[in-house]
Design a protein around this ligand. Sequence first.
Ligand SMILES: Nc1ncnc2c1ncn2[C@@H]1O[C@H](COP(=O)(O)OP(=O)(O)O)[C@@H](O)[C@H]1O
Ligand SMILES: [Mg+2]
Length: 428
Amino acid sequence: MAVDVLVVGSGGREHALAWKLAQSPRLGTLYVAPGNGGTRLVGENVPIGIMEFAKLADFAAEKKVGLTVVGPDDAFVGGIVDFFQARGLRIWGPTKAAAQIEGSKAFAKQLMRGAGIPTADFAVFTDHDEALRYVREKGAPIVVKASGLALGKGVAVCRTPLEAEAALKEIMLDRVFKDSGTEVVVEQYLDGEEISIHALSDGKTHRMFPASQDHKTIGEGDTGKNTGGMGTIAPVPRISAETLLDVEERVVRPALSALKQRGAAFSGILFPGLKMSPEGPKVLEFNARFGDPECQAYMRLLKTDALDVFEACVEGALEGQSIEWNPGFAVNVVLASGGYPEAYKKGLPITGVEEAENVPSVVVFHAGTKTREASPRGLLTSGGRVLGVSAVGATLKEALERAYEAVSKIHFEGMYYRRDIGAKSLAG
Ligand SMILES: Nc1ncnc2c1ncn2[C@@H]1O[C@H](COP(=O)(O)OP(=O)(O)O)[C@@H](O)[C@H]1O
Ligand SMILES: [Mg+2]
């Protein structure tokens, strides 16, 4: 029987989820709330915001939506899953209690300490003067983190004690992240390459996805400010099957069982961000959802019907569900507005998306786009991260060449992208 599906979110991640779900032979109608200029090509955009739980649930009930799949962290941490479940609606993802592993870095660090999961040494503070004393005692480099959600801006990697003091002032006294800064985590600086791990759990059993790698900073060579993510590769050639198994045993399994022990069994995607430190993998943070742009690469690699996978997860039937991956590599290169992650212009015309998609294997996922009213095919920029150009290939090199060839067809005023996505892995 056909299942109508509602995807919640408006980024590249949600376009990728919608794009993959749209390929399911069992899919009925696909809705995306609120969606973007790309999701309307694979489904029907519904003008409801991600935090408007009552409106979303009313819509799902009225349209007899059989499954809701949510992208963004704020919705999970805000309790969208509990809200839908209380209304008897089928929804994929973690409950509010389970999503605390992302929503509170202090909670996550204490959970890791309790479960013996490798992570940076840390202390948690609610008192500014105590935090200041600790920072002065430890010295730099040191990392200061607002405990709550802060749109990826609540972490200061501090090279000097003065930088750390300034970060504490901003978060704890000036309250630039409001209540997200009530608690801070101060932790040891870790060196090493960053890797994204994704595990799908139904609360009883879990499956590891291939490792992926985001490129966080705006500048090439990993320089400049942190962004939402400028590009992904998956799998990561230097992460061996053994390393992945090690991470599964030392990070994923203990985190899932610690949550379960606390009465907050985790269903959905558990996404630890790792640093491959000289002493082995260490967890930087846990996310309770797909990464963006990691998700775009995963949806290109996933062979199994995504609707089957999400439904098995919601039903607690993951054990009997196979998850198959296409061979080769997937990459996603983000095209951003000039000036991002700081101020940038919006409403600029975008050209060349169709030409880009004529390059073999290329799919362009929309993030910050909207459709021009005057002409239905005209696209305009509407966000910092505008498009994600994804490609697959038998080798990483082939996937990257295809993606960058497609990128060269696309244009908008001020368009910026990193030319070094995957470059470190190619260099060996
Ligand atoms: N202990 C650490 N040592 C070095 N770099 C860190 C450390 N913690 C965080 N970072 C850097 O800051 C980025 C953001 O930190 P993270 O904990 O992932 O928070 P969020 O994604 O919520 O902003 C990481 O991707 C990493 O580059
Ligand atoms: Mg992070």
